[in-house]
Design a protein around this ligand. Structure first.
Ligand SMILES: Cc1cc2nc3c(=O)[nH]c(=O)nc-3n(C[C@H](O)[C@H](O)[C@H](O)COP(=O)(O)OP(=O)(O)OC[C@H]3O[C@@H](n4cnc5c(N)ncnc54)[C@H](O)[C@@H]3O)c2cc1C
Length: 524
């Protein structure tokens, strides 16, 4: 039985990567809260296309035609370029930075490298005796931790370069802009400008961190996620505004190394879009780890100095307090980054609007990934871009839109989910039952010393289809794929129960949760 998870999934992902202490209602007059940011200097608005000289240094070269030019080499852009090349098309991909996009360079990958360090250090520092280790003075080298994360990103970038070469994709470096359909201007760092033409263009320029109004980033005491990845010295204290996935992951990271962390969230829970029971379990775990979470708190005043910040917050009863910290990390969300140029597109809240074929309001110009709006996730970006490219070049192909997708947060314990939360099932008036299995009852979880957390299934009645799955615990992010597949295949409880899961594995928790829902529990 199909689930109606699309809407819920979208709003969940919006908040997963954009949740924070600042209201996100549309501004008065229906204006958009998220402003589009133009990567290139704003154009005069005149459609020129024939006089593209932006600087006297620049040169103008008319280049060969392509079947496809992709703007942006993130998980939407580079994947699109490779897919089109594999379909035998002549492709160029342009990016102002090295390949891999936010995901590889400033997002998914470098954060996971840092989080691995945090997890290792936290375990050795706090649980060595439990595992029978005697570790003397445990030390770490901050700069090596940061360097390891940067090296991982660099390797990912080199991998994109390698794949471009292998697939004979022209790998262009520079700032792209568009004055008319079918033409992409690329301005390189040395001021040289080239115009390339293509039958199709795919815009995959992504998003950038959204600042908190009145609290401008200064790269030192007011930072975004990008700066947090490359701090030369570890802060003694940090306030993190926003308890979506990015805020929560950095809270775990800094706290593990002994930074005093206060996370401020306007909504009542950490990871507000997740199932409430999962959020509450994470709140307990974070409190045990020493992270202060000020939930339901609004940021009302900020003072920025050279050596630190003062952040005033107000609790739900309007009681104020001021937090002093070395720095504040703003993790309240992101905003779209359009390519520059005078070509005009239909936008909603600054995001490119696309039709069923991922085509923008300009014929022959397509878009995919973060730039077309939520859900803002790397795996969603890649999915959309492949759909867009196959729609362009494969006769008869009907591109699909995103419906079911997992959302993951890589703190410890990890959080992963797919489909409806129990809250959403209730709000929709669906008939459902719950199957919950605690890792405490899992032999594998106890064996590896990771018995915190649970698997929770939201199951439709009377057919037993999986409406939603929520896991908090070790390796939750690796376990969620099975449940995404179950939702895609419209699998029922009985089919999950009938699937033999290897023993001992944490994944047995999924089968056990299905058994609980079906009333066949053995281990609980
Ligand atoms: C700290 C952090 C952690 C994250 N963790 C996760 C995670 O664990 N899992 C997950 O799924 N998602 C995560 N995300 C979100 C993920 O990074 C994005 O959803 C994903 O990168 C979007 O892919 P994209 O290709 O649409 O855009 P991007 O990856 O942003 O790529 C856009 C590219 O376009 C280039 N570009 C922009 N404008 C121009 C121009 N005018 N000319 C030339 N090039 C241009 C940019 O340089 C960039 O390389 C995280 C994000 C952040 C910030």
């Amino acid at each position: 039985m199909p689930t109606d998870g699309n809407q819920e999934q979208h709003s969940r992902a919006i908040q997963n990567f954009a949740s924070g202490a600042i209201p996100r209602a549309p501004a008065p007059g229906g204006q958009f809260l998220f402003d589009a940011v133009h990567g290139a200097p704003p154009s005069s608005g005149a459609s020129t296309g024939s006089a593209p000289f932006a600087s006297p240094l620049s040169t103008f070269l008319k280049m060969a035609n392509y079947d496809l030019i992709v703007i942006g080499a993130g998980p939407a852009g580079y994947v699109a370029a490779i897919k089109a090349a594999q379909l035998g098309k002549k492709v160029a991909c342009v990016d102002k930075e090295r390949g891999g996009g936010t995901c590889n360079n400033w997002g998914c990958i470098p954060t996971k490298a840092l989080l691995k360090n945090a997890e290792l250090f936290h375990t050795m520092k706090h649980r060595a005796a439990e595992f029978g280790f005697k570790i003397g003075a445990l030390e770490y080298d901050w700069s090596t931790i940061i360097k390891r994360s940067r090296t991982v990103s660099e390797k990912g970038s080199a991998g994109v370069d390698f794949l471009f070469k292998k697939n004979k994709i022209d790998n262009l470096r520079g700032m792209a802009s568009m004055d008319k359909a079918g033409e992409v201007k690329v301005k390189s760092a040395d001021g040289k400008e080239e115009t390339h033409t293509a039958k199709n263009v795919l815009i995959a320029t992504g998003c950038v961190t959204r600042p908190l109004p009145g609290l401008e980033f200064n790269g030192k005491t007011v930072i975004g996620s990008k700066e947090a990845l490359t701090l030369e010295t570890q802060p003694k204290s940090i306030v993190i505004i926003g308890a979506g996935a990015i805020g929560v992951e950095f809270a775990y990271f800094f706290n593990s190394f002994g930074t005093k962390v206060t996370i401020v969230e306007m909504l009542p829970n950490l990871l507000p879009v997740e199932d409430t029971e999962v959020s509450q379990a994470l709140e307990k775990s974070f409190a045990k780890q020493g992270i202060t979470a000020l939930l339901g708190h609004k940021t009302t005043k900020t003072e920025v100095g050279d050596q630190g910040v003062k952040i005033t917050v107000e609790d739900p009863k309007n009681v104020s307090k001021t937090l002093d910290a070395d720095m504040v990390l703003v993790a309240i969300g992101i905003q779209p980054l359009l390519p520059g140029g005078s070509l005009k597109f239909e936008l909603v809240k600054g995001y490119l609007q696309t039709n069923d074929r991922y085509e923008t309001s300009v014929k022959g110009v397509f878009a995919a990934g973060d730039i077309i709006g939520p859900p803002w996730l790397a795996h969603v970006a890649s999915y959309e871009s492949v759909q867009a490219v196959e729609g362009m070049f494969v006769p008869g192909f009907k591109p699909k839109k995103v419906t079911t997708f997992p959302g993951c947060t890589y703190c410890q314990p990890q959080v992963a989910s797919v489909g409806l939360t129990e809250r959403a099932a209730k709000e929709k008036g669906l008939k459902y039952k719950i199957g919950k299995f605690p890792f405490m009852a899992s032999g594998k979880a106890r064996a590896i010393g990771e018995s915190e957390g649970f698997v929770k299934l939201v199951v439709g009645e009377p057919h037993g289809e999986i409406l939603g799955a929520h896991i908090i615990g070790s390796e939750a992010t690796e376990m969620i794929a099975e449940l995404g597949l179950a939702i895609t295949l419209e699998a029922t409880l009985e089919e999950i129960e009938a699937t033999i899961h290897a023993h001992p594995t944490l994944s047995e928790g999924v089968k056990e949760a299905a058994e609980v829902a079906a009333g066949h529990a053995i281990h609980v």
